[in-house]
Write a protein that binds this ligand. Sequence first.
Ligand code: PLP
Length: 379
Amino acid sequence: MDSEQLREYGHRMVDFIADYYKTIETFPVRSQVQPGYLHNLLPDSAPDHPETLEQVLDDVKVKILPGVTHWQSPSFFAYYPSNSSVAGFLGEMLSTGLNVIGFSWVASPAATELEIIVLDWLAKLLNLPEQFLSKGKGGGVIQGSASEAILVVMIAARDKVLRTAGKNALGKLVVYSSDQTHSALQKACQIAGIHPENCRVLKADTSTNYALRPELLKEAVSRDLEAGLIPFFLCGNVGTTSSTAVDPLAELGKIAKSNEMWFHVDAAYAGNACICPEYRQYIDGVETADSFNMNAYKGLLTNFDCSLLWVKDQYAVTEAFSANPEYLKNKASEANLVVDYKDWQIALSRRFRFFALSLRSTSIKGYVYPTLENQWDIK
Ligand SMILES: Cc1ncc(COP(=O)(O)O)c(C=O)c1O
């Protein structure tokens, strides 16, 4: 990397992006192009000669921006809000600039330690129970997406139960959720090898708030026990994508506990709001959960990707995910002095992506959840 070149081009790139934000409202929010449009605009093979940054940026303006759907436009109301902020953007710059890969503590100690600290800060802001903090057996980790977070905890739960029930019991494991639950759960079941017939999608209570009714869960669990199956994983919701349904966590948690099931709470969509005291009630009962996730890239003005996961028992996760080949061994890990986040996720390598989050968190005390009414006032 040539520092002076970076300085010159970096300033021009920031100008380009700042100008994009200045004019973002002039674009049609949804891209108007037809499938395959870019094939007609770009050559068949990579260019033989380099082009100037100006030429590249001109191409971006003329060929790429028409094919962009402008998620950061104030007129974007599709799917879910995924708004960034200047702090989030600067954090991403820092992360990209340092470009370290902190898969284990020794690979970049600050990466691991900052992540632990920031996840503890956020756990406290959410008023999560102490068991989710890093000082005991619990702790938080940044996953790329909620789908990864759910898969990670499902595999941890699966392996935990199979250690006692035996590997052959995989076909007996049963997962429970309401029909409002995100398809990320179904995907996790597919990857974790849960038999499709053992995924109980229980009808939500459409007469009130689309929440999962505890009686329905109790009945389903009893039926499965009678049939010789093993209930092992319950996914509760705080803010489903389609209906913002909030399940009664405390009651569900009680049922999960009495049946030795792992209770996960998916708050990917709405969990961020619970930092505000007036919304905290929606995660009441989270103390009964084994794990909890929310997407910082949704309501916390942090760039995609950034999904936060807290677990009460980090060892359940690391037992399922750790692999220690010779070339990764080091004294700090062997002495059990450190967290190695490679053992809390699917991939080995990981970004120093939480800079974005930590920068944002420094000003989070006065956080106002963006709503239709106030979003124009939030800087
Ligand atoms: C409640 C809920 N769960 C899970 C997901 C999946 O999130 P991700 O795209 O981060 O995997 C979403 C995303 O829309 C969601 O709203």
